[in-house]
Design a protein. Structure first.
Length: 146
């Protein structure tokens, strides 16, 4: 009798594990350079679950890309996921993704950082706020003060 109960409990647990795996996804990341398409190795891919109100949940997971710029993670639950990618010499990438398929392919194109804007530096491409020279009224003009 004990063996039947233990067998039944084991079967129920295995069935629940199999059913729970249906709601899990495999994420495949490819991290490349925006300007050349070459892979970025050793980039950090950070994943955070996102709650229904749009706030990032506590905790998360970090994986690194290989020499081909690829990283993979199996067992991500369906729902919203915030992905951040960090790599030395590149701008930080961040985006939210809806995980709703068993296999999700995410390609991240990393950009080089741009210079910071300073109000103390000269910017010749911008038009300065210089006052326009005032026109002198004509001698015969009616706008002439009397």
């Amino acid at each position: 009798m004990k063996k039947i109960v233990i067998g039944f409990v084991t079967a129920v647990l295995l069935a629940s594990v199999v059913l729970a795996q249906d709601d899990m996804a495999v994420l495949n990341f490819i991290v490349i350079r925006d300007y050349s398409g070459k892979p970025i190795r050793n980039a950090s891919v950070v994943m955070h679950p996102v709650e229904k109100n749009g706030k990032q949940s506590k905790g998360g997971l970090q994986i690194k890309t290989d020499a081909d710029g690829k990283a993979s993670f199996d067992g991500v639950p369906y729902g919203k996921l915030r992905v951040q990618v960090l790599a030395t010499g590149f701008q930080t990438f961040g985006n939210d993704y809806a995980i709703d398929k068993p296999i999700v392919e995410i390609t991240v194109k990393m950009k080089r950082p741009v210079g910071q804007y300073s109000i103390y530096e000269e910017h010749p491409e911008e038009k300065k706020d210089e006052p326009e020279p005032q026109k002198q009224p004509d001698k015969d003009s009616k706008d002439k003060p009397q």
